[in-house]
Design a protein around this ligand. Sequence first.
Ligand code: SAH
Length: 349
Amino acid sequence: MRLIYDFNYQQLEEMLLENGFKKYNARQLFGWLYKQRATSFAEMTDLSLRLRQFLQDNYAIGTLEILKLQVSKDGTRKYLFRLADNSAVETVLMHYDYGNCLCVTSQVGCNMGCKFCASGLLKKQRDLTSGEMIQQLLTVQKDVDEMQVRISHIVVMGTGEPFDNYDNVMTFLATANSDLGFGIGARHITVSTCGLVNGIRRFADEQLQYNLAISLHAPNDELRSKIMPVNKAYPLAELMDALKYYCAKNNRRLSFEYILLKGVNDTDQCVQQLAELTKPFDVYVNLIPYNNVDENGFVSTDYKSAMALYSKLMNKNVRCTLRQKHGEDIDAACGQLRSKYERAEGKES
Ligand code: SAH
């Protein structure tokens, strides 16, 4: 059964009209779903009985089942959820000085095959619907309601490639962002891509106020193709062209994600090439200590060398931050919790 959360506001108006209800019912329903955070149609007492019955007969509603919740020492909360078809997805809530940021999963598994990433250990099974992404937000928000925590930021950086599920991700974000929905500011929303050029260009054309993050991770084609197969389809020159196009159309901040892999992408030559790559852009480089994944042999650059690399970039006038680790003690790296769970359940393919 389709989720009621699959519709953004406009789509909901259309659906209700098509079924003989009123346009203003969409506003009432959105209020119940996203302001009251109701989890049944029965409690929506100002909707007509006929409408409640129609919704009940045709749409699913409610939060996700929490299969597992791990809370780390720094307060990071990592959820493993079960979807209606039994798939398991991970969602992480992180606390920062500036707010509470939810890392949302966009696909069950991922096909991008980045060599360092645990998500790719399990191939993509399907896209998530926009409603399933909303359910991640709703379930976590309800879970932290009593602690007076409000999710203020969203990053689409969980398992999956958002631009490989473009329409559903955008529908989800429309509701997350809408004042009638969760009301999370567009500037507090970040979409992260490994570099699907067509998606970047489409995103640029929409001129939304969301932030764009690029998982760069390597500053030359040879290395990038080795660790990120997507680079063979869209090499750096094409990626950079698409980013120039994006920057010409949007004045939103661009960021490059750069995980630090010891002896792989942290050499002086890489630092030099990275500085060159960033030159044409008003870009922030996020240097990210790598969360070790048991299976793959990569290890993180140690903290001292990471600091040295950070200073070298700063000296070359590259704006960057060295991100602190969150939730390392709870398998918070993408896909780690889920892949461990699926293995424990004997589901590994
Ligand atoms: N497919 C999208 C979004 C999901 S991955 C993308 O590639 O951007 C989110 C981010 O986490 C990416 O930058 C990814 O490269 C990074 N990542 C994956 N595995 C990691 C690990 N073990 N430690 C740190 N970052 C990791």
